[in-house]
Every structure is written in structure tokens, then in C-alpha cells.
Design a protein around this ligand. Structure first.
Ligand SMILES: Nc1ncnc2c1ncn2[C@@H]1O[C@H](COP(=O)(O)OP(=O)(O)OP(=O)(O)O)[C@@H](O)[C@H]1O
Ligand SMILES: [Mg+2]
Length: 265
């Protein structure tokens, strides 16, 4: 039996009369990687901001481990074990890996000072846990000297330290090369193997297809498709589905009658 970690029920967010998200149902179970897809402006970021408690839904319910949350906000979202990793932002590039992991949640000793020895040991354990295999890096390495994929790894290590059960990654591979993307995928797989869940947002359908086992496709604020990898079939079929949303038949087809009607008016 899969355990339902997070669920959105009929969640909507409007800005004035514009619905950024309208009546979305979505869930993430424990230990699964869900790919969230959709064109620009489909509502993906709005959705994850609601999950993160950064913005409030206009209507609908957020459930964590089967219970409806009330007074949902950023602190409650974190306490519920939801962490969002954004491309590049979030990290202090001039600082070491260890500083970045413990920023804001330092381990202190009896005297209230930062316990660097314990932090370093814990950072090493976390780096191993998410699959940092390179001997070149130590917890004292400066994040600015890491590659893009490795930086995502540091952000994941921090999320794990914060005891995240669900890690939301907003476009983590958009600016990355193929090898860097593969690094991120390796990290995501290790995170998943540890029983955590990942909601992976991306533009590159091939990337999302590779890493996720279930897909949610958004279109203009609503969910257009929810399907497992098995149901979807191939990446090509997922692409075909998304192209059909972007250019539904009838809109792109040429209709001489309507053109003439348009010309005469
Ligand atoms: N603060 C806001 N005020 C008004 N409209 C907003 C606001 N935030 C988002 N929107 C609108 O809501 C819709 C969804 O935006 P959102 O950023 O969630 O899309 P997205 O799927 O993340 O797109 P992208 O792939 O470009 O990141 C867009 O039409 C956007 O203009
Ligand atoms: Mg977005």
C-alpha cells in the first residue's frame, strides 16, 4: 500500500479575476518521483508556492499524511517535511558546503556556539547519503566552485538535513549540461531510494520522463493529464499529448469559410 504524503484537493488560486490555478487535484505518495509538466504560465510555480506555504490558495484543501491542514504557511509546510529547491537561488555561493547545509539551522554545542566538528561530520554523512562520490570535495569546499549539478546536490543535502519527506525541485536541470543533468538525476534517485518523494518540475519532457514514474501535466491552470509512466508509454507519446494541448486540432487547422467571414466583416 502506498502512503499518501501530500494531497491537493480542488485547490485554486486567483489573482483578481484571473485564475492562475483552478481546481487542481494532485497527490504525491511516499517514495515516488512525480514529474510536473506544462507550458509557460500553466500554473506550475503557483502550485508549488501553495505547497510551500508561500502563497495561500483562494479555495481548496491541502492535506498532509491524510489530514487537512489549516492555517497553512511556510513554517507549517517546512514542519510538515516539504522543502523546495530552486535552481541556483537558495545557495550562498561564497560559502562552504557545510555552511550552506546548516544555514539557519546550525548545530550548536553546550555553550551555544556552532559545533563545527559535528556539522562537518554530519555534512560528510549527508553528502554520502545523496551520492556525492567525488573525493575532490570536502564539506569545506566553496559552493561557487561546484558545478551546477553538484550545487543541486548541496541543496538536496540541506533539504534532507531539514528532514524533508517531499522535495520539490522547480526546473532543476534547465540551465545544465547533459552530464550535469545526469548528476542531478543520480542525486534524485538516491533521495528516492531513501524513501523520500520528489516533485520534479521541468520544461524538457525527456528529462522529466527519465526521472519521474508518474506525470502531471498542467494546462492553463488545470490538470490536463495524470498518468503513470506505464500508462503514458513512451516519451514521444507524452510529447505528442503536450503538443496537442498547445495546438488543439481545430485551432491550427485552416478553415477557408471562417477566413472569408472574417474578411467581409
Ligand atoms: N502574483 C501574480 N499576480 C498575477 N498573476 C500571476 C501572479 N503569479 C502568477 N500569475 C499568473 O498565473 C499564471 C500561472 O503562472 P505560473 O508562474 O504558476 O506558471 P508556470 O507554469 O510556473 O510557468 P513557467 O513555466 O513560465 O514558469 C500565469 O498566467 C501568470 O501570469
Ligand atoms: Mg514557473
Amino acid at each position: 500500500m502506498s502512503e499518501r504524503l501530500v494531497e491537493l484537493r480542488n485547490v485554486a488560486k486567483s489573482y483578481g479575476r484571473v485564475f492562475a490555478v483552478g481546481g487542481v487535484n494532485l497527490h504525491v505518495d511516499r517514495g515516488e518521483v512525480v514529474g510536473l509538466l506544462g507550458d509557460n504560465g500553466a500554473g506550475k510555480s503557483t502550485l508549488i508556492k501553495m505547497l510551500a506555504g508561500a502563497i495561500q490558495p483562494t479555495s481548496g484543501d491541502i492535506l498532509v499524511r491524510g489530514k487537512v491542514e489549516t492555517h497553512w504557511d511556510a513554517a507549517r509546510s517546512r514542519n510538515a517535511g516539504i522543502e523546495t529547491v530552486f535552481q541556483d537561488r537558495a545557495l550562498a555561493v561564497q560559502q562552504s558546503i557545510v555552511r550552506n547545509i546548516f544555514m539557519g539551522r546550525e548545530i550548536s554545542n553546550w555553550f551555544g556556539f556552532i559545533d563545527s566538528t559535528r556539522e562537518r561530520r554530519e555534512a560528510e554523512r549527508l553528502m554520502r547519503e545523496i551520492g556525492f562520490t567525488s573525493k575532490v570535495f570536502s564539506p569545506d569546499s566553496i559552493v561557487g566552485q561546484l558545478s551546477g549539478g553538484e550545487r543541486q546536490g548541496v541543496a538536496l543535502a540541506r533539504a534532507i538535513y531539514n528532514q524533508a519527506d517531499l522535495i520539490v525541485m522547480d526546473e532543476p536541470t534547465t540551465a545544465l549540461s547533459l552530464t550535469e543533468t545526469e548528476k542531478v538525476f543520480r542525486f534524485v534517485r538516491t533521495v528516492r531510494a531513501g524513501g523520500r518523494s520528489v516533485l520534479f518540475i521541468g520544461h524538457n519532457i525527456h528529462h522529466v520522463y527519465d526521472i519521474a514514474e508518474r506525470f502531471v501535466v498542467m494546462d492553463r491552470g488545470t490538470v490536463a493529464l495524470q498518468a503513470t509512466k506505464q500508462e503514458v508509454g513512451s516519451a514521444e507519446q507524452l510529447i505528442a499529448f503536450m503538443e496537442n494541448i498547445a495546438h488543439p486540432q481545430g485551432v491550427v487547422s485552416f478553415d477557408p469559410a471562417s477566413t472569408q467571414a472574417g474578411a467581409s466583416s
